[in-house]
Structures are given as C-alpha cells and as structure tokens.
Design a binder for this molecule. Structure first.
Ligand code: NAD
Length: 446
C-alpha cells in the first residue's frame, strides 16, 4: 500500500486533508508518460505552447479566492499574503510565458551560424513549502515554454495547495505535459534518480547537495535555489526611519520563513541606540495569529521541528550573552512572537544558521570594514542590503550576494533574475537569461 501524507493547519493542528505518496514505481511510470507527452509538446510551435499556457492560467482566475484560502490555511500565512501569492502566480504564469517566448528565439550569429534553444526533455521541479505556489510556478513556466514536460514534486508540508493549483492548471494543458507526484524526500529521490534530464529545485542547502550528488551520475542539468542568511548594513547617515521599518518588515515577512529574510543586521555604533529603539517600537506593533485573524501579520511556524530550531537558536543566543530588546526565548506552541535581539556575536547559531523565524538580530559595529567582513562571513550569498548615503554604493559593491538592495529590498524589478551567490544556489531563474537555463543551447552552422 502507498504511504500517505496528512496535511495540517499549522495554526491549530486541524487535519486539512491527505494525499497518497507516489511510490518509486509510480514515479518511473509518470516519467515514462511525461516523456511521451513531451515528444508532441516540443513539436508545437513556441507561439502555440505559450498560448496554451496563458489560456490555462486564465482558467485559474475563477478559483483564485478558493486557492488563496487553501494556501493560507495550509501554509499559515495570512489571507492577504496568501491572496497576493495565489493571484500573483496566476499573473506571473502568463507574464513569464510571454517573456520566455523571447528567451527561446533562435539567434543568428556571425556567418551562417544559428544559436538555438532546444528542449531538454523531462524537467523535475521540486518545491518548498514557504511559497508553495510561487516557487514552483517560477520554474514550471519557463520549462514548459522551452518545450519540456514537467513533473512537479511539491513539499510534503503543502501538498493540498499544490494539487489544487497545479492540478487545475494541468487540466487545461495537453495530457502528461504537467504532472504532479506527491510525497516526501523519498519521492523526491526517485524523481531525481529517474530518467529525467533536468532538476529545478528550491529548498534547503542540505537537500540541494544531496540532489547534486544523485544527479551527478548522468550529469543532469540543475537549477538550485537554496538557503540564505541575508545581512543588512545600516550606515551612520542612513535614513533611520526607513532603515528601521525595512529591518522589521524584512525580518518578519512570511513570519521570517523566507529565503531572503533579513537575518543579521549590522548597525553603526553612533546611531545604534536610536535604531534599536525604533525597531523595537515597530516590532511591538506586529501581531501573531492564524490566517483569518484580522490584523495578524505573523502566522504560525510551519511545523514543530522548525519551531524547536528557532527556539534553540534564541536560547543559544541568550546563553552566549545576547540581549533581548523585545520578546524572549520562551515561546508559545506553534508561534514565535516578534523578537528583537541585540549584542549578537559571530559564535551564535543565530549568526550563522538559517533562522526562518520572525527575529530581528542586531549587532553594532564601529568600523564599516568589520561589518562588511561579518556580512560576508556566511556560506550563503542570496541577498544583502545596505542603508546609507555616502559610501553605500561602495559597501554594496563589496557584499558577496546575488542580489543587493541599496536603501531598498533585495531582488530588483520584475525583469531581473532571482539569483544566489556562494552556497545559496547554482544557476538562476526569472528574466530572459534565467528562462534560458531551461533549454539546451545548440549551435548550428549551415
Ligand atoms: P527542503 O530542502 O527540506 O525540501 C524542499 C523539497 O525537497 C521538498 O519538496 C522535499 O520533499 C524535497 N526533498 C527532500 N529531500 C529530498 C531528496 N533527497 N531528493 C529530492 N527531493 C528531496 O526545504 P524546505 O524546508 O521545504 O524549504 C525551506 C528552504 O528552502 C530554506 O532553506 C529556504 O531558504 C529555501 N528556499 C530558497 C529559495 C530561493 O529562491 N533561494 C526560495 C524559497 C525557499
């Protein structure tokens, strides 16, 4: 008998539903069907593929409210954020489809040489739970436009919303072009080791490394979006109000369960007291609560294991001398209350491990070079932020990250790629350049 996964509302433990896990044999069978479907799909002119994808996304519109509510219940984010994610994904699906059309146009090179973007075959998309729709969506669309078929393996924490959203999308695409295999890491492993040509993964560094090892034997193509430990530097001449607001919003967004969450803040000694005071005032306005509580802007932590990890990091920081300006290391079940800590040191787990909780973690600096060194000391390099005026561009230049924000958040505009440096990823997605990673480059000289 197949294993099954039960899915719970993280705010109260209520059972929301159950799905069957795909066994290794079923994954193999799905891959074989996906290969057959891909043969016909890749033969369609790209305009027809894009049209089919855009029309399929349009069919999701009438379901937007129901999808948003399910996303909120299952993942725990408030309904406003869940609606933003679900409707954003419906919009971005269409936008990416149109954008990717340009990405895969054949390019004429010198002489009579052409550069073509050809499909790879079957692409396995393996998704996390924190943005269960958006993260999968960003990888599925360019893969399909390029003429690949896609098999999605959603997170075991959010199987229901993945089934509802992509199950509906799948109904409006040719059979077998998009399929879903449910399950945990075992199903993920079977997919990675199956006869597929590319793995587009978003998740933790540890899982990413495991996938890289398994993919090595057949040199499978990889796009890996992994963890982060984003730093923020606040310089002496920063706009204090803007910096404090960003510090709190960036640390608490999605209850801190975001790869580009602000996880470490380095503030100039000379303005630190005022900054900490303002951060504390702003943090105290946040309210924890379930998805449907009006004004709740910090939801529950996805599961008990993640919750215990955050509490462990808070206790470790306390034992090593950190000061709690707001909140404490004692936390209720299921939630982490908004927490502000200062006097952080490099030895604390909060400084080096991904936290994934609503914690503002502050250190003071007297020398900007020390701040830059600590910011860069992480193995991760997803995003980084600097608030300041004179010299802020120079600081930004020195930060080892794929995405740097100067007096604003990291991640750029809608046509920028989403990219990590160092151990935050391999390859990237989004933008014309990012979409191209879902195709095989072929040089044809005539
Ligand atoms: P995770 O690595 O635990 O799981 C991600 C997915 O991988 C799940 O679907 C899981 O079932 C699957 N999986 C687990 N073991 C596997 C294996 N051996 N082979 C194949 N698949 C396997 O990550 P998570 O807890 O779901 O997500 C949180 C992590 O994702 C954080 O580290 C976060 O920073 C990262 N993330 C990164 C980005 C980005 O864009 N860089 C975006 C969102 C989340």
């Amino acid at each position: 008998m197949n294993k099954s996964i039960q899915s719970f509302d993280p705010s109260n433990g209520e059972l929301l539903g159950e799905v069957n896990c795909a066994s290794a044999e079923e994954v193999t069978q799905t891959i074989s069907q996906s290969k057959t479907a891909q043969k016909a799909w890749k033969k369609l002119p790209i305009n027809e593929r894009v049209l089919a994808i855009v029309k399929a996304y349009q069919q999701l519109d009438p379901h937007a409210n129901a999808l948003s509510e399910l996303l909120a219940r299952e993942m725990g984010k408030d309904i406003r954020r869940a609606t933003g994610e679900a409707t954003g994904a419906i919009f971005m699906g269409q936008h990416y489809a149109e954008e990717a059309k340009q990405a895969f146009n054949t390019r004429n090179l010198s002489g009579s040489t052409e550069l073509q973007y050809r499909p790879l075959g079957v692409v396995g998309v393996i998704a996390p739970w924190n943005y269960p729709v958006m993260m999968a969506n960003n990888l599925i669309v360019p893969a399909l436009v390029a003429g690949n078929s896609v098999i999605l393996k959603p997170s075991e924490e959010t199987p229901l919303i993945a089934q509802a959203f992509f199950g509906e999308l799948q109904k409006h695409l040719p059979d077998g072009v998009l399929t879903i295999v449910q399950g945990d890491g075992e199903t993920g492993k079977a997919l990675v080791e199956g006869d597929i040509q590319m793995i587009a993964f978003t998740g933790s560094k540890a899982t990413g490394q495991n996938i890289m090892k398994r993919a090595a034997s057949k040199v499978k193509r990889l796009v890996m979006e992994l963890g982060g430990k984003d730093p923020m530097i606040v310089m002496r001449d920063a706009n204090l109000e803007q910096a404090a607001r960003f510090a709190v919003a960036g640390s608490f967004e999605n209850s801190g369960q975001m790869c580009t969450s602000i996880e470490r803040i380095y503030v100039d000694d000379r303005i630190a007291e005022k900054f900490e005071q303002r951060v504390t005032e702003i943090a105290s306005m946040y309210q924890v609560g379930p998805w449907n509580m009006p004004n709740a802007n910090i939801g529950p932590i996805i599961n008990a294991k993640q919750h215990a990890k955050i509490v462990d990091q808070l206790k470790d920081a306390q034992q090593k001398g950190a000061t709690f300006l707001f909140g404490s290391s004692e936390q209720p079940e299921r939630y982490i209350r908004p927490t502000v800590i200062t006097a952080m040191t490099p030895e604390m787990k909060l400084e080096s491990e991904e936290t994934f909780g609503p914690v503002v973690a502050i250190s003071r600096y007297s020398d900007i070079d020390d701040a830059i060194e600590r910011a860069n000391a992480s193995e991760y390099g997803l995003g980084a932020v600097v608030f300041g005026n004179q010299g802020a561009n120079k600081v930004a230049d020195e930060l080892d990250a794929g995405m740097v924000g100067i007096n604003q958040g990291q991640g750029g505009g809608g046509d920028a790629p989403w990219v990590g440096a160092k151990q935050s990823g391999l390859g990237y997605h989004g933008s014309v350049d990012g979409h191209r990673q879902f195709a095989q480059v072929k040089v044809v000289s005539k």
